[in-house]
Design a protein around this ligand. Sequence first.
Ligand code: CMP
Length: 145
Amino acid sequence: KKERTLAMIKPDAVNKMGDILQMIRDANLILTKAKMTKLTWREAADFYTEHQTKSFFNNLVQFMTSGPVVAMELMGDEAVSVWRRLLGPTDSGVARKEAPPSLRAQFGTDGTRNAGHGSDSLASAARELEFFFPSTAGHGPANTA
Ligand code: CMP
């Protein structure tokens, strides 16, 4: 089934964008939108609002605002799960125990600094795509520059 998902290259892996685009291409996903942006604290906290009560929330927002990110819309067959498989396990240390080497195994560091993000469902993808690529003016980081 053809799907769209929101993929994000986190601040620790933005300089690996070339390698990551190659992985996307090799997985037969199509890059349909892309934007580099530096998230404000408020934007990062809003994007990760479902994690706001977690112990790692402040570290996560700190990391996500430490430099620019690249947000991408990817399209293709089973795009949500295909991109999450390319990412690998959330914790890059865990990811390095698995084969083949995933994006997080290659470019991440630990459970927070993990190189990339992917929507976990079609519903999340719809929300997260709207966050970065709003269809109506006035929402998300697109019109706040
Ligand atoms: P991501 O897929 O972007 O979704 C939420 C993020 O929170 C996750 O990647 C990690 O960067 C971070 N995260 C998730 N679980 C933990 C954890 N147990 N400890 C620290 N950071 C975490």
